[in-house]
Every structure is written in structure tokens, then in C-alpha cells.
Design a protein around this ligand. Sequence first.
Ligand code: NDP
Length: 399
Amino acid sequence: MGKALIIGAGGVAGVVAHKCCQNSEVFEEICIASRTLSKCNALKEKLDGGKTKVTTAQVDANNVPELIALIEKVNPDIVINVALPYQDLTIMDACLATKTDYVDTANYEPEDTAKFEYKWQWAYRDRFKEAGITALLGSGFDPGVTGVFSAYAQKHYFDEIHSIDILDANAGDHGYPFATNFNPEINIREVTANGSYFENGKFIETEPMAIKRVYDFPQIGPKDIYLLHHEEMESLAQNIKGIKKIRFWMTFGQSYLTHLKVLENVGMTSIEPIEFEGKQIVPLQFLKAVLPDPASLGPRTKGKTNIGCIFQGVKDGKPRTYSVYNVCDHQECYKEVGSQAISYTTGVPAMIGAAMVMTGKWKRPGVYNIEEFDPDPFMDALNQFGLPWHEDFAPTLVD
Ligand code: NDP
């Protein structure tokens, strides 16, 4: 059917590329382009020999003219942005200039402030509409599948959803005292930021990790969960009818939190540049350089993830509770595509989102969050491409 340009060659990009190759009817050709060409070529070597033709290219995704030249040369139907959130706007600019559809997995963040907001990308709505191209925002797992689950619950089970609890559990053990499962810089910016939840029309901020509960996850067992700010709450607050409350919870082990506290206390998680031996460095970027590369955790990580949503609301005048979640096994993911489950659960939906736009099912000019589209074909594709979901009509609630 067509061609995708994948930007980035890290943990998530590796899974996207593998999954595009498993869906060769849609992805006849992919080009993997990133800052470090050797990483793109290493990935190509693993994929060559299948039905999908794989090419590679070097690109600095901060540089719009370079991106435009690459898109004009490759001529893809869609750009799948799995570089870093800092590159979202430059890649969207290049898509506008070349009239190419766009999909990503994380909202834009300015490099010098850890701010998780859609306002910068939503500002492109009119320009994408006028250009006749689609931007699908946040097609990972969370954001991503959590929005699709919300749209599915809304469509099939509720007249009104009043509350959503998004629960993200990772019971994987990589054997390191401290490592992050996706890009360390982005991960640490997210978890050291203030928490927040949505209630009665507004967001309420909390201190980082200030609210803790214990939740007994199917197939995983009881885990400590902490309330975090997470970007999909912003769009779900606008797109889910009648919504009154949204909270996002993530599991953290004591060892992770203790290490993080120490690193924070000594200033290693700061994003303020400092002078070091005559050079400006950002402590968090230096920390990233000494931490294990998330892409290297695959062979060492054992255990499962469980990510999903619990909905409460009304149907036909009666209260209703519903939960939908996916359980993913780190070692199974590694066997299939050579990555741990965090990259897997992000990369599979990124491929599916791109396929939805390429096949025309979700082709609509403008800039959209994932819950704004019909969830049914995406839910089917999750089952087909390795992220089967489970439903529970009497789930345990988060108090
Ligand atoms: P990695 O750090 O493993 O990969 C990022 C890739 O982007 C690297 O190949 C890097 O190149 C490349 N890159 C960075 N800057 C540039 C640039 N200026 N030009 C070209 N390429 C560049 O990150 P992950 O794969 O773990 O994460 C990828 C994305 O997925 C992130 O945006 C992250 O926030 C998002 N994510 C979303 C999740 C979700 O559920 N929605 C969950 C997890 C991640 P180099 O190798 O040279 O550094």
C-alpha cells in the first residue's frame, strides 16, 4: 500500500520498524532515519529479507530544512515520529511543508522546561486542516491505547463516563539497582514533575509522588502506585463526555524511588545547564549518559506490565463500572522483536496508528488526539499485533 518514514532509531523505533515489517501489506516500504546512522543501519540489518523494503538515512530532526529535504527524497505517505518530544514541532513543520501525514507518541516539550501540554501542537490544527493532512497525536500506550480504551468505553458501554483511573504497572525486573525503561531524560523529567489530577473542570496539582495507594493488578499482584501528571489527561478532559475526574497512576519500586531521591538531592536530575570544566552541561543529560541504555534492558528484563483504565459512569440511568487492560510479558517481547515491554507497548500502537491513517480509516485533515477517532479498528489491531486486551465488568476500584 505505501511507505512510512520512521524518525528515531531508539528502543521504540526498533519495535515500530519490526511491527511495520509484520504488516507489510500496509507498509511496503519503510525508511528509518535518525541522528546516528549506524543505529538505523543496525536495525535495517535485523529486518532485511522480509517483504517490506527497508532503507535508512541520517537526519537532524531539530533542523526543518534537513527534514523537508529528507521527506521530499523519501516521499513517504506518513512520518512516524519516535525521536524525542523536543522534535515534535520541527517534524510537524516539515510535514506541513511537504503535505505529509504525521503520527507521534508523546507531546511536545520545550527542552528547557519540563512542561507537558498539548497547546503547542493544538496550535497547528488550522494549518493541518488547510493542508489536507492528518496529525495523530499520542499513539503510544499511555498516551495512546489509554485514549483508545476511553473512546471504546464511551462508544460501547456508557452514556456518560464520570471518572477514569489510568493504571500503569511495570512489574519487570532488569536486575540493575537503577535504570529507566524508556529514554532516561524524558522519564526522569516526567516523574520528578509535580503530580496532578483532573476534578470538576480543573487540574489540581500535588507535590511529586505525594499520593500513594496499593493496587492489586491482575496477573501481577499488589503494587504501590503513585499519582502522576500525564499528558493524556489534558485531551481526555476535553474529549470524554460528562467527565468529572481523571487520575493517572504508575507503579514504582522502593529502590527506584530511593535512587531518584538521592539523584534529585544532589542535583543530578536538574535541567538547568551548569559550567563543568569550561563547558556548559545539563546534569540530567549527563546522568542519561551514565545510565543503562533502555534499549539494552531487553535481554535482562523479566516479568510483566499491566496497563489499562477503570471507568465509572452511567448507562441507561444505572451506575456502571468497567475496566480494560493489556498484560505484556517482557521476555515474550524480547523473543519476538528484541525489546522489553515498555518499548513494545509503545511501538505497536505507533505502527497501528500510522496504519489507521494510511489505510484511510482515520484519515481526517487536522490535528487530533487518539480518542477522537473510531476505536473499533484500532482495538481489533491491538489483538492482531500483539497487545490483546481484557475486560472486567466488576474491577477493584482505586480508593
Ligand atoms: P530513545 O532515546 O531510545 O530513542 C530516541 C531516538 O531519537 C534515538 O535514536 C535518538 O538518536 C533519536 N533522536 C534524538 N534527537 C534526535 C534528533 N535531533 N534528530 C534525529 N534523531 C534524534 O527513546 P525511546 O525510543 O525510549 O522513546 C522514543 C519516544 O517514545 C519518546 O518521545 C518517548 O517520550 C516516547 N514514549 C512514549 C510512550 C507512550 O506510551 N506514549 C512510552 C515510552 C516512550 P541517537 O541515538 O543519536 O540519540
